[in-house]
Ligand binder design. Structure first.
Ligand SMILES: NC(=O)c1ccc[n+]([C@@H]2O[C@H](COP(=O)([O-])OP(=O)(O)OC[C@H]3O[C@@H](n4cnc5c(N)ncnc54)[C@H](O)[C@@H]3O)[C@@H](O)[C@H]2O)c1
Length: 328
């Protein structure tokens, strides 16, 4: 059993659910994160005896070497993690989402890391007409964010060797509650609008968007830590749950939130539309998401009701607003 895991970006939206999960499973977890979104969510794990939190930049090789000491598995989440943030400062994005990944993989291998799990994105496919987008289809990334995700996959996967197991996950858009909440992700935005404004604005609405519940994607990362090397080494897997049109998600949010919620349709801004197939990961690892988009909507609604997301307009819930504060 691998004992020591480094989670880069471990204080982000996905990381704040994954890190406590790994600790609960009995791993020693080191988190390396620049902590752009504050320290609030780390309270739940920073005092854990098996957790070490390093505030630092993955572009800094000295810190990365320190963070990698004694590590068996790296789960690499740290990134400028959506399209508008990536476009805001392309130079920084290139450094964080590409250059730093290249050096992180090299340094991981040199340091004796045996497994490297990379968080890619289903946005690498771009707009596809195929009814089910499988991993073997050509990548047609549209945005800088997606292009760099596509470019880093081979950098990670070609390092495969007898004692280095690299794997990349093309995650659907994640949804549901995290102690480091993001309200800039499709299901979460629509739920927030329903709860806080009673009005859901849908841009277009006919686009299909694959989603995955945050508890499922974090279960998957945890599963990959122990998955048989021969099944995953050098592989890329789609990971998605429900595939709905955006308008269908809005209607679901209206129904789950209840009360008088209106839906208005505005001009389409983001035309990306795809339906990903997650058959490969099901066949190879038996991984099937257990939660639904409806569950995610209900979880986010409950989090608002319980005061866990105070002030829904706070910039820390929106990556682009936070990045503008930091870099402009
Ligand atoms: N959330 C999604 O819907 C989704 C979908 C597909 C893929 N992904 C990928 O999953 C990963 C996690 O996404 P998330 O939603 O948790 O994003 P997030 O923005 O909430 O978290 C990213 C974390 O990385 C940290 N970080 C950024 N630059 C850093 C640097 N230079 N050094 C150290 N830390 C740095 C940030 O402080 C943040 O805590 C990302 O790689 C993202 O691209 C996310």
């Amino acid at each position: 059993m691998n004992q020591n895991i480094l989670v880069t970006g471990g204080t982000g939206y996905v990381g704040c659910v994954l890190t406590p999960k790994l600790l609960k499973l009995g791993y020693n977890v080191r988190v390396l994160d620049i902590m752009w979104f504050g320290e609030e969510c780390t309270k739940q794990f920073e005092d854990h005896p098996d957790c070490e939190l390093i505030q630092g930049d993955i572009r800094d090789e000295t810190i990365v070497k320190r963070a990698l000491a004694g590590i068996d598995t790296v789960i690499h989440l740290a990134a400028i993690s959506n399209d508008p943030c990536s476009d805001l400062n392309p130079k920084l994005t290139q450094q964080v989402n590409y250059d730093a990944v290249k050096s992180l993989v090299r340094l991981s291998k040199n340091s004796g890391v045996r497994r490297f799990i990379g968080a890619s994105s289903s946005s690498v496919y771009g707009i596809k007409s195929e009814p089910d987008v499988t991993e073997d289809l050509p990548l047609e990334p549209i945005t800088l964010y997606a292009k760099l995700k596509a470019a880093t996959e081979p950098i990670i996967l070609t390092e495969k060797s007898a004692d280095f197991v690299p794997v990349c996950i093309r995650s659907a858009t994640v949804c549901g509650y995290s102690p480091r909440m993001r309200l800039d992700l499709t299901v979460n935005i629509l739920t927030s609008h329903a709860v806080n404004k009673g009005l859901i604005t849908v841009f277009g609405g006919q686009q299909k968007r694959p989603n995955i519940h945050i508890d499922d994607i974090t279960d998957l990362y945890a599963l990959l830590v122990e998955a048989p090397a021969e099944k995953i080494a050098g592989e890329v897997f789609n990971a998605g749950g429900d595939n709905y049109r955006v308008i269908e998600i809005a209607e679901m949010a209206r129904e789950v939130v209840g009360g008088d919620v209106k839906i208005e349709i505005a001009d389409v801004i983001d035309e990306r539309s795809y339906h990903i197939s997650s058959e490969k990961i099901k066949n190879v690892l038996g991984f099937i998401p257990k939660r639904t988009v409806r569950d995610a909507i209900a979880d986010v609604k409950k989090a608002f009701e319980n005061g866990l997301i105070p002030d829904y307009q706070n910039t820390r819930y929106y990556n682009i607003k936070r990045m503008r504060e930091l870099y402009h």
